[in-house]
Design a protein around this ligand. Structure first.
Ligand SMILES: NC(=O)c1ccc[n+]([C@@H]2O[C@H](COP(=O)([O-])OP(=O)(O)OC[C@H]3O[C@@H](n4cnc5c(N)ncnc54)[C@H](OP(=O)(O)O)[C@@H]3O)[C@@H](O)[C@H]2O)c1
Length: 287
């Protein structure tokens, strides 16, 4: 039996669809099972990494678990993942697929990459064979980062990244859980793109003027000071752009194709298949 956690999130819900389409038997874990309504074609169970008792039930009888990283403060989040890994060990899980991040290392400039590195250490300490899928930053993240004026600002300089679509990250996770490779697998998109490249290509697709304005880290910090109250959230925002500046989101590789047998989407292919994703850029405009 397979377990998929985070079943109501973007990646988790897509993985459950993909597995259900293949008529694979699996259990979906979520903090909000009420959101998963009738005729699912799979079993749904409540589970929260911060509630170990809930995990005993969720992991019971599971052979392979896809553990989708959760949302919490970097430095604390890895301990919530440890709770899940330990529950998997208690339940006798034979393989864990963990959703990690490209650039995971102890000295990354991006706090979540450092946190994923700690999570991966906890995962290895369980002794359970594992796959750590280190996804590049999702291409989808850029859609949310444009301001209402059509400008994306941040300290990425002219750095490039091998950004991957959420759809491809979900396809990779579904493939990995069915036939898990062992160890760290970095998942990237097909191209190395700067934020300027992305703004230009999204501008063509939407017919809207979209631009990238690079700024220094100090200017970025001052700009977001009022917008984000928590310092750790400000450091996440700065670190995200800085990781691109530092080349932490490179290089492109062909692991996605090896895993899924498919090519990852280019920007144009992706928004051709999922055009509604661009609505946020069409509607978010300065008054
Ligand atoms: N590579 C990137 O650029 C990138 C970007 C964003 C996120 N991520 C990482 O990839 C993960 C999946 O991405 P996504 O787009 O699917 O994010 P998402 O839509 O925010 O989904 C994350 C899911 O994690 C689950 N979760 C959160 N806290 C949890 C907890 N305490 N216990 C158990 N589950 C918990 C939740 O599932 P339920 O609601 O079903 O409980 C949540 O919906 C994220 O959580 C994040 O770690 C990577």
């Amino acid at each position: 039996m397979i377990l998929v956690t985070g079943a109501c999130g973007h990646i988790g819900s897509r993985v459950t669809q993909l597995l259900a389409d293949k008529e694979v038997a699996f259990r979906a874990m979520t903090r909000t099972p009420d959101k998963l309504t009738e005729n699912l074609g799979f079993e749904a169970v409540y589970g929260d990494f911060e509630d170990p008792n809930s995990l005993n039930k969720a992991f019971n009888g599971i052979k392979t678990a896809l553990i989708i990283s959760g949302k919490a403060m970097p430095g604390k989040r890895c301990f919530t993942h440890k709770i899940a890994f330990d529950a998997a060990k208690r339940a006798g899980v034979e393989h864990i697929v963990y959703l990690s991040l490209l650039g995971s290392s102890a000295d990354s400039v991006y706090p979540y990459c450092r946190d994923h590195y700690e999570s991966e250490k906890f995962l290895a300490e369980t002794g359970i064979p594992f796959t750590s899928l280190r996804n590049a930053f999702y291409l989808d993240m850029f859609l949310e980062k444009f301001g209402a004026d059509g400008i994306i600002r941040g300290p990425a300089l002219t750095g490039k990244g091998a950004f991957v679509t959420r759809e491809d990250a979900a396809q990779a996770a579904a493939a990995a859980v069915l036939n898990p490779p062992v160890g760290v697998v970095e998942i990237t998109g097909p191209e190395e793109l700067s934020i300027k490249d992305i703004a230009e290509r999204l501008a063509k697709l939407t017919g809207r003027k979209l631009e990238y304005n690079s700024e220094t880290i100090d200017v970025a910090r001052a700009r977001i000071q009022g917008a984000l109250n928590d310092e750790w959230k400000r450091e996440l925002e700065i670190g995200w752009f800085d990781a691109i500046a530092q080349g932490e989101q490179l290089p492109v590789n062909d692991n996605y194709k090896r895993l899924t047998g498919m090519d990852p989407y280019t920007i144009e292919q992706y928004f051709d298949v999922f055009p509604d994703l661009l609505d946020v850029l069409r509607t978010k405009r300065a008054a």
